[in-house]
Write a protein that binds this ligand. Structure first.
Ligand code: FES
Ligand SMILES: [Fe+2]
Length: 441
């Protein structure tokens, strides 16, 4: 995997966002606007609330590590597409429309460059608001509006051509910041294109210092000293909220049931619970694999295997060889190998999200040669077909779950509505508590 050097657009010429709603974005801004049916009756709610409080105390409430201020959703990097798919479209001179936190943006690149310079702006022409994604990319990397032909420089968004103006007027008008595209920082990392939503002056300054979320398995792919076995990204747009997706992905216990026959089987339920060991605004929530019974201590070897939410977008599973040995009863000697699943979930619009899914075996040297060969030769479409089946098989459950009385925007009333007595749900509860604490305003 080739990772391109970071290329943050120069923001000096960027003007204030046309449709900005301030720097702070709350989870509510990209949650579903569907009408919610009434919640359950009050007596049932209060009884369940008591159960909930007791569960909370057990579900890692003591693992809280930091609490200063709300999570700033707008001053973060979000993946908007895979580099390979964007490069293909850029080679056809297509401006690419993306949606992030409910806002339409356009991404483009200068054609034919080996070290592609990516640019991103709001999807609005400053002249009369035509979508720039309907325009064309010129040989010199400038983007041209399809309505009246105004042209804008890559990276800076400065206007360079107004066909309707005289040469003197053109120079004068183009020097005005009002004729400049409203640009956003953009960069490439882990084979993905990332965009930063807040292009206020302070937001732009912060984007220079803050990298995208650090992901060990994806770093390892680029590390020549670590043998990895990885697949291509699976990317898909889903018709439910970002937080519903995160809640679903961190929940390992649903897999053998909701995806029975595709991934696992309902006759072999997930044999473990989860124990929350990290609860932090910026570092997220982590739970290690644990015995089902809450009263049993977690063996040290189990702590090498965990599931975590890494804000703003990532979910990672890490399972060590010890975990697989204990699950399958194999007697093989434990080694450094670990199986990793990374899911990146980008909140695109209310009730919608875009996911990027990738599995990576780290320290794969101990895997049998034939297994590695078959895995590397497996066509991408076969892998993607399996992923399609997996996400298809619980999409309806999640879409329905969102309509069952959960409070619009924050889903704060999950405490009254969910009944979650087992340890299997502890990371789901940890994530919900993280949202309540820092993510929902
Ligand atoms: S709206 Fe873009 S040039 Fe007129
Ligand atoms: Fe699922």
């Amino acid at each position: 995997m080739v990772t391109r050097a970071r290329s943050v657009t120069c923001a000096a010429a960027a003007r204030a966002p046309i449709h900005g709603r301030g720097n702070r974005a709350r989870l509510a801004t990209f949650s579903s606007r569907r009408r919610r049916p009434a919640a359950r009756n009050a007596s049932s709610s209060s009884r369940l609330a008591e159960t909930r409080r007791a569960d909370d105390e057990q579900a890692g409430a003591s693992a809280k590590e930091s609490s200063a201020g709300d999570y700033d959703w707008k001053r973060q990097w979000y993946p908007v597409g895979t580099l390979s798919s964007f490069e293909k479209r850029a080679s056809l001179r297509e401006p690419i429309e993306v949606t992030l936190l409910g806002e339409s943006l356009v991404v483009w690149a200068e054609p034919g460059k080996t070290q592609t310079v990516w640019s991103c702006s709001k999807n609005l022409c400053p002249h009369r608001l035509a979508p720039m994604s309907e325009g064309r990319v010129r040989d010199d990397g400038r983007i041209e509006c399809s309505y009246h032909g105004w042209q804008f420089e890559k990276e800076s968004g400065v206007c360079t051509r107004i066909p309707q103006a005289s040469p003197e007027e053109e120079a004068k008008f183009c020097s005005s910041s009002r004729c400049t595209l409203s640009m956003h920082p953009i960069q490439v990392k882990y084979g993905l294109v990332w965009v930063w939503p807040d292009n206020s002056k302070a937001g732009l300054a912060e984007s220079m210092d803050k990298p995208p979320v650090w992901l060990e398995p994806l770093e390892a792919i680029d590390d020549d000293d670590i043998e990895t076995l990885s697949n291509e990204y699976y990317q898909r747009d889903l018709e439910y909220d970002f937080d519903t997706l995160v809640e679903n992905i961190v929940d390992s216990s649903h897999v053998p049931h909701a995806h029975s026959g595709i991934q696992g089987h309902r006759d072999r339920p997930f044999p473990y619970g989860l124990d929350v060991v990290r609860f932090d605004r910026d570092a997220g929530v982590r739970a290690t694999v644990a015995p089902k019974d809450r009263s049993e201590p977690v063996p040290e070897a189990m702590r090498e295997s965990y599931v975590e939410f890494l804000p703003p977008v990532a979910i990672r599973y890490r399972f060590s060889s010890t975990f697989f040995n204990s699950w399958s009863g194999a007697k093989t000697k434990p080694n450094k190998r670990s199986a990793n699943l990374v899911v990146l979930a980008t909140p695109t619009a209310p009730g919608k999200c875009r996911i990027f899914f990738r599995t990576t075996v780290m320290h794969a040297e101990s895997l049998p040669f034939m297994l590695k060969l078959i895995s590397r030769l497996r066509p991408v479409f076969l892998e993607h077909q399996t992923r399609m089946d997996v996400f298809d098989s619980d999409a309806w459950l999640l879409a329905k779950q969102e309509t069952q009385g959960l409070e619009y925007g924050t889903k704060r009333n999950w405490r009254e509505l969910f009944v979650t007595p087992t340890r299997a749900d502890d990371l789901v509860l940890g994530f919900r508590r993280w949202v309540d604490e820092w993510g929902a305003g």
